[in-house]
Write a protein that binds this ligand. Sequence first.
Ligand SMILES: [Zn+2]
Length: 84
Amino acid sequence: MSKELRMIEITPGRLSPGGRMTEVIESKHFKCPYCQGNGYHWQEDRYQEPYKKDCPVCQGSGKLDAVIKVEWKANENHNMEERK
Ligand SMILES: [Zn+2]
């Protein structure tokens, strides 16, 4: 079975002293695994009539977005060696 593979290349790019050391990467439109992308689950009301209840995980959209936060910081080992 085919499977989509998503990759993130992590590289510091342009950073400056006192500037932002964090970045946010978004990867959107993953199929919700809880409702298989339908956005709802079948439920029965009190008269046993089936109705579509919004998926609580994706809130009815059927899709999920990933938000990846990357924080850049100085290498810790380097500072430790300097203190010796
Ligand atoms: Zn869902």
